[in-house]
Design a protein. Structure first.
Length: 379
């Protein structure tokens, strides 16, 4: 038998097994179609090993199974590599040769990571905030949301690449100020306010000076703080006068800024951040873009910490049948004790419906992204 290890997240209590499951010696533990009915069965499987027959098919199926058995590349590691690469590029942008090609290369690596593992990419926005300096991390988070929403709208690949590049570079004109403000709760000085107001033009100017010749890219950077009602900057443009992709980047920027932890203020919970944008900013955003945004992220974005109706605490690990019924894996039991493993719960069922969204302090649990998403989320 050609063995392939499976993760706890592949198994659901109350759902039939999709494969024959073996232990590490090749002994059959449970047959395909067997239904797991309680947590102790999962604990037993963990103790004895979780493997399926990767060579049980022939022809193309066999080759596909062999390919699955190969080491899974880590999307999270790729995202963090882009973080380090982007910081070096943006800090040194005035002195970079071939900056456009280098920035596009970083954008394409991020696109590959997010396209291969969109759940991990979205979760990294909430669960990977310790990586890198805030200004760069925020740009990467914004780019992840923007490229996934752009993909859901079936935009051409070349356009998605430029959207990603524009999001990654939108704030290069105030990079140092952003990092300074991250460590200060003091009111903005007149000079700092001026830098913020002028950063779209300065970012576009710096990119053009560094050799970026793509006019759409430069335009989306220039207009990413314009508002639907004309209250934005730098030019106070209205509605249809604002490029559609600048609107997309703007909305992703607002969401990621609200959910990011700052040294001087706490982040908003993801569902509260979405509500804040849709209510407080409703006159400033394009309803069509907002609808696409909600469809892609859902009411409970991946990575959100939640309490279920049965009292368990867990993490949203992916999109579900609707925006209000995402995939959730429980990590803490109803009485507050850690569970042996992460157990997938069906949030369509009343027992496992989401009751509350929690802060890190309220959830009070330790876990790694790899525990929930496997090798594709390894650091």
């Amino acid at each position: 038998m050609g063995k392939r290890r499976i993760n706890m997240t592949d198994l659901i209590i109350g759902a039939p097994l999709q494969w024959d499951v073996y232990d590490s010696t090749g002994h059959l533990l449970l047959g395909k179609g067997h239904m797991l009915v309680h947590a102790r069965q999962l604990e037993t499987l963990v103790e004895r090993g979780l493997f399926i027959d990767a060579l049980g098919e022939s022809g193309d199926g066999k080759r596909a199974a062999c390919a699955q058995a190969a080491e899974t590349p880590s999307a999270l590691r790729m995202i963090n590599q882009v973080n380090r690469r982007l910081e070096a590029l943006l800090v040194n942008l005035p002195n970079e040769t071939g900056a456009e090609a280098k920035l596009l290369e970083a954008a394409n690596v991020l696109i590959r990571a997010a396209a291969s593992e969109p759940d991990i990419a979205l979760a990294s926005i909430l669960l990977n905030q310790q990586c890198g300096i805030y200004p760069v991390r925020h740009s990467i988070d914004t780019a992840i949301v923007a490229l996934l929403v752009a993909s859901s709208l079936h935009k051409p690949a070349d356009e998605i690449t430029l959207v990603t590049a524009a999001a990654l570079t939108m704030n290069v004109g105030m990079l140092r100020l952003q990092e300074t403000l991250q460590h200060s709760a003091a009111p903005l000085s007149a000079e700092e306010s001026k830098t913020i107001q002028e950063h779209p033009q300065e970012s576009a100017r710096m990119l053009q000076h560094a050799g970026v010749a793509q006019q759409d890219w430069l335009s989306w950077v220039l207009h990413h703080h314009e508002n639907e009602d004309g209250s934005g900057y730098p030019h106070g443009k209205h509605g249809a006068d604002i490029p559609a992709n600048a609107k997309l980047i703007s909305l992703a920027d607002r969401y990621c800024a609200r959910v990011s932890t700052r040294n001087y203020r706490k982040s908003l919970l993801p569902n509260a951040a979405l509500r804040d944008i849709l209510l407080a900013d409703k006159n400033n955003i394009d309803p069509a873009v907002a609808s696409a945004f909600i469809r892609e992220l859902g009411i409970y974005p991946t990575g959100t910490l939640v309490r279920l109706q049965n009292g368990e605490i867990g993490v949203v690990t992916g999109r579900g049948p609707s925006t209000t019924t995402p995939k959730v894996h429980a990590l803490i039991g109803p009485r507050g004790a850690p569970l042996a493993q992460a157990f997938r719960r069906d949030t369509e069922k009343q027992l496992y419906a989401i009751r509350d969204v929690l802060t890190e302090e309220q959830a009070s649990m330790r876990f790694t992204m790899q525990q929930l998403w496997g090798p594709a989320a390894a650091l």
